[in-house]
Design a protein around this ligand. Structure first.
Ligand code: FAD
Length: 449
């Protein structure tokens, strides 16, 4: 696609951020503080920003990302959580969350980051629906085409930071020659419905945050998290099992209301369908004049879909790269950002993705065995704790002992473990300096993982 800039309606800014995603906002804050002009184009109006619910994030991510930590009254500690197995036969197991994990209202988080960005000097234009990138003859990204109040605009940029989420119209319209994956595979998408329903009696379960694995035998994860005023209900289905339908949601809600009659009919917040990318990150996130960050670059933790802290830390790495690039926004200069992000987080993410792929072989019966035998609470959480993998030989041995009871998992289990050292080796072999041939070879290897 090649666009000729029209003189009319042409707006110029050196750095544009497409979508006010968390990684883009963090990059913008860090860049504006250095006096670099940054404009954020966001489709929503400012008052509509942020999901209409609370989510978990690592409070240390702010400091690591060069953003002032919010005041303590803006978040609370994460709760203990319990698991329920598909046949609901196992006792509910309560597990604490990591001490730095906090819960924050997404609307509060988003407006806080926007305020920090404005303070730093970032310019915002809300109600700006981006349609596609502007691309020159050399396949370099030179801006975006957007519609505001029914009028089309072309925004010129030297660097376009794509923070427009997993369905970014910028990424999906990049030329093939950029080598950037345009869409996420269906098997790597987690389809979700989330709503807060009125708590009609003020009663709450113990623990109040209950995670249902394969609830009603649907491959996915549901939860209920109770507060005196409302019950937060999430219903989720793995893309490998198809899209989440309204019928799935009604069935799950019906079952919940049978067990917890205090979940009212009135929706207090949310009530929407949403998707999370849940797979290996794409092999390429930069090209000439372009860098993707956050969900647009698949930067979520593959097992639990958490992406806020990772996006923010990526935003800081991107800003540091841009600052050190002294105006060179070519792929070879932006490669430093991709290299540093992969080097820092790639090993952990690729291993968690292997475990996630293994989980796709698990069925409801296997989960019953896992939870009834307490393997999950005592052992798996010791090995995979809050997104980090810690070798715990004793726990691994206990899991081995249970394998015969889950015969369908034996082959995928050993395959997963056998593939892990190669995966780590490939991620760490990412070329440090931009070299077209070396990067091409690395991409081929990475795409095989
Ligand atoms: C139900 C649910 C629960 C989650 N729970 C957690 C959790 O507990 N912890 C956690 O860390 N993560 C969680 N996540 C994941 C988390 O939301 C994302 O990883 C995180 O928001 C990073 O995404 P992002 O900022 O890159 O993109 P997004 O949050 O998708 O933001 C993209 C922005 O771009 C804008 N945009 C999109 N298209 C256009 C366009 N055409 N023109 C202009 N602007 C556009 C959008 O309006 C939006 O403001 C959850 C996600 C969901 C759906």
């Amino acid at each position: 696609m090649y666009y000729v800039f029209e003189k009319r309606n042409l707006k110029v800014s050196r750095i544009l951020v497409a979508g006010a995603g968390y990684g883009g906002l963090t990059a913008a804050i860090n860049l504006a503080r250095k006096g670099i002009a940054v404009t954020v184009l966001e489709q929503k109006q400012e008052c509509d920003m942020g999901h209409d619910w609370h989510d978990c994030l690592d409070i240390e991510a702010f400091e690591k990302s060069g953003v002032r930590t919010p005041a303590p009254d803006m978040f609370r500690s994460a709760k203990y959580h319990g698991y329920i197995n598909p046949s609901a036969s196992s006792a509910k197991i309560a597990l604490p969350s990591k001490s730095s994990t906090v819960v924050m209202d997404r609307k509060v988080l988003t407006s806080y980051l926007i305020e920090c960005a404005k303070e730093a000097g970032v310019t915002f234009s809300f109600g700006e629906k981006i349609c596609a990138p502007v691309v020159n003859q050399n396949n370099a990204i030179k801006g975006v085409e957007a519609v505001k109040d029914g009028k089309k605009y072309f925004y010129e940029s030297d660097l376009l930071i794509d923070a427009a989420g997993m369905y970014s119209p910028v990424r999906s319209n990049l030329p093939e020659a950029c080598g950037i994956q345009k869409e996420f595979k269906e098997k790597n998408i987690f389809h979700i419905f989330r709503a807060y329903y009125k708590n009609t009696t003020g009663e709450i379960s113990n623990p109040s945050y209950l995670i249902n694995l394969f609830h009603m035998n649907r491959p996915g994860i549901d939860w209920t998290s109770g507060e005196k005023e409302y019950i937060d209900v999430l219903i989720g289905k793995f893309g490998s099992a198809g899209r989440l339908s309204r019928q799935d949601v009604l069935e799950a809600l019906g079952d919940y209301r049978k067990n917890y009659p205090y979940i009212g009919e009135e929706t207090l917040r949310g009530g929407i369908f949403a998707d999370i990318p849940l797979g290996k990150m794409p092999s390429m996130i930069v090209c000439d004049g372009y860098a993707a960050v956050g969900d647009s670059a698949g930067m979520t933790q593959p097992l639990n879909g958490c992406g806020i802290s990772l996006s923010m830390q990526a935003g800081k790495i991107l800003a540091d790269t841009v600052i050190s690039s002294v105006g060179d926004f070519s792929k070879s200069s932006l490669w430093k950002y991709q290299y540093e992000y992969f080097y820092k987080f790639g090993k952990m993410l690729v291993l968690l993705n292997k475990i996630k792929d293994f989980c796709l072989f698990i069925d409801g019966k296997n989960i019953d065995t896992l939870l009834e035998s307490d393997i999950v609470s005592v052992n798996v959480e010791k090995i995979i704790s809050h997104g980090k993998i810690k070798p715990d030989i004793g726990s691994c041995m206990k899991i081995f002992r249970f394998l015969p009871q889950m015969s369908s998992l034996i082959a995928p289990f050993f395959r997963t473990f056998a593939e892990m050292p190669f995966a780590i080796m490939v991620v760490h072999a990412i070329p440090k300096k931009y070299d077209y041939k070396k990067i091409n070879n690395w991409v081929k290897l990475y795409n095989r993982l």
